[in-house]
Design a protein around this ligand. Structure first.
Ligand SMILES: [Fe+2]
Ligand SMILES: [Fe+2]
Length: 283
């Protein structure tokens, strides 16, 4: 089956797998940047599309489009089940379903003795991927995220693919701080659009700031992993960064083939969800 032009990844997991491979702790440091040849063509094409189309205008238009949160009304568990209807070309016999991935991440955080809101964050952090079900192309749902409206850091993966991004021709956006004041704080910085930003909009009033940071920045590898964009961050971001970094290994490395017993775990998670969220949320 030939992937559709705007769906170069056989499965959204292909992007997660790529990031996991890039930051594989067992990989010698020297080989870190030499991932291009080994990267599957679909993943390269995915990044080419992402870096070409994620402009400031695009991000602002998506924030307007989704910011009204008037698409659906669903509780958290309902949203997990909705995400589970996302079918891609992954192998149903060997690959975990979306819901199993979510529960697996949460279970790993619970087993590590982390606070309950962080367990809940693990459960929900990828729910924004329902953007796919709203018809968004893969490049506007997943991928490493980065600030827009200012110069792209060379620490963003595949920086060469920004060559074709129209923001290259806007002088203001090509300066270090771009449209932002120095140290304005990431709260005020527009990030490339995807599942992270979308979910942070949906859950923002219900979880502690640390959880919101984990959700909004979990794919912002240029910041939390590569140390870029310090010129835009403030004291609040400095407080949040260790939490985002604490969350990341659970996101990257809890993937295992053993299926969690979702039915058996559901009552525990329903109770946890009810501790923080209303019965229905606006999506
Ligand atoms: Fe994610
Ligand atoms: Fe994730």
């Amino acid at each position: 089956m030939v992937p559709a032009i705007d769906q170069p990844l056989a499965s959204l997991e292909d992007w997660d797998d790529h990031v996991r491979d890039r930051y594989d702790p067992n990989k010698p440091k020297d080989s870190f940047r030499q991932y291009t040849d080994a990267t599957p063509p679909g993943v390269r094409e995915f990044y080419r599309q992402n870096h070409t189309h994620q402009t400031l205008d695009f991000v602002l238009s998506k924030k307007r489009e989704y910011g009204s949160l008037d698409r659906r009304r669903m509780g958290i568990w309902q949203a997990l089940e909705y995400l589970n209807t996302l079918v891609d070309e992954s192998d149903p016999d060997t690959d975990l379903s979306q819901i199993e991935h979510c529960v697996q991440t949460a279970e790993a955080i619970r087993a590590a003795g982390e606070p309950d809101w962080m367990v809940l964050t693990g459960l929900i952090h990828d729910l924004g991927k329902i953007l796919c079900l709203f018809g968004e192309p893969q490049w506007a749902v997943v991928g490493d995220t980065f600030p827009v409206g200012c110069a792209w850091s060379p620490r963003i993966v595949y920086p060469e693919f920004f060559e074709a991004n129209p923001d290259r021709n806007v002088a203001k956006y090509q300066t270090l701080n771009g449209i932002y004041e120095p140290h304005v704080g990431l709260d005020q910085v527009h990030l490339s659009w995807g599942h992270d930003e979308y979910l942070s909009m949906v859950v923002r009033d219900h979880l502690p700031a640390e959880a919101i940071a984990m959700i909004r920045y979990h794919s912002c590898y240029p910041w939390h992993r590569e140390g870029a964009y310090a010129h835009l961050t403030n004291a609040h971001d400095a407080q949040m960064l260790p939490w985002v970094q604490r969350f990341n290994p659970f996101d990257l490395y809890t993937k295992s083939d053993s299926r969690p017993d979702v039915d058996a775990l559901r009552p525990f998670y329903e109770e946890l969800i009810a501790r923080y969220f209303p019965v229905e949320l606006r999506w």
